[in-house]
Write a protein of this length. Structure first.
Length: 312
């Protein structure tokens, strides 16, 4: 049929390209063309694999569980099975535990009131049943012991509530005192720092004695020498240590030494005049040399620890 009116030109349909004609027998053995095709095909394959690997890395960076198919499937199944498991469970009210606790407390209070009323009635009838035997079962004794324990706990709780009542306090001293114990404000860190400081101080105070000092102490115990020069040396070391540790004097303090009293002069003269008493005192205290040596070793260790702390 012929169509009348405006006729539009239809676009020409592209014909598919014809495949190349097959090569004749004996002329299709060109190895160079095959090698180039294989190289290009391998390069395209490597490029596609590289692109896939990059996409894989990007997806893992965005979401580590993007390829966790088993986990997603298990999660879906768990969501489906969760309502069924909840239906099987015994449903309880939201506030049933608190209500049961209050009911138990009221029951104990009623039992205590009943026991008090019973004791009053017994006291009224004691003259009638004074000559009768009384029998008390072990279960009743247990019940009375539990009641006494509960009453003691209630008494302590009421005392605690009265002590912590904010309306009866005149100032905020307890509030500020408890701020240091608040973990949210760093109380745990402060406690740990304090413990570390105490450990360090104990390490400085209790150093291990070397073998040479132990040997020297044993020899001192055996011989017990009374050398006045060593005592003077130890006293001078003590004085130097006290000068280092003591704070500097203020300018308001007088620089002149204190006048020596007659009592001290007489005391020194008596000490000089009685060498026999001094020798007897040294004989009575054979560990005097040992104590001086221990004090000297402790002073040296403190000085070295202080020097090490300054260097750090």
């Amino acid at each position: 049929m012929k169509k009348y009116g405006l006729l539009l030109r239809q676009p020409q349909q592209k014909k598919p390209p014809r495949p190349p004609p097959p090569t004749a027998l004996g002329f299709g053995d060109d190895d160079e063309d095959d090698v180039e095709k294989e190289i290009s095909r391998q390069a395209a394959k490597n490029k596609s694999l590289k692109d896939i690997e990059e996409q894989h890395k990007k997806a893992l960076e965005e979401d580590p569980s993007v390829f966790d198919y088993d986990g997603v499937y298990d999660e879906m199944k768990q969501k489906i099975a969760q309502p069924k498991a909840l239906d099987r469970q015994k449903r309880e009210s939201k506030y049933i535990k608190t209500l049961m606790g209050k009911a138990e407390e009221r029951k104990r209070q009623h039992d205590v009131i009943f026991e008090k009323n019973l004791a009053k009635e017994r006291s009224k009838e004691d003259h009638l049943f004074a000559d009768k035997d009384k029998f008390v079962t072990a279960a009743y004794k247990r019940k009375l012991a539990e009641q006494e324990k509960w009453m003691e706990e209630e008494r302590l709780r009421e005392l605690r509530e009265q002590k912590e009542d904010v309306t009866k306090k005149s100032d905020l001293s307890d509030f500020y005192f408890n701020l240091g114990k608040n973990v949210a404000l760093g109380a745990k860190d402060l406690l740990s720092k304090k413990q570390e400081k105490q450990d360090k101080q104990s390490e400085f105070r209790k150093p291990e004695k070397p073998y040479d000092e132990v040997a020297g102490e044993t020899s001192d115990r055996n011989h017990a020498p009374t050398d006045s020069k060593f005592a003077l040396d130890s006293s001078s070391v003590k004085e130097a240590h006290q000068k280092e540790t003591s704070p500097p004097r203020r300018s308001s303090e007088p620089l002149d030494p204190e006048p020596v009293s007659d009592k001290t002069v007489s005391g020194t003269s008596t000490e000089v005049k009685n060498p026999a008493e001094q020798s007897s005192a040294n004989q009575l205290n054979p560990d005097h040399h040992k104590r001086n040596q221990d004090a000297l070793a402790a002073a040296k260790e403190r000085f070295l620890a202080r020097k090490k702390a300054k260097q750090q």
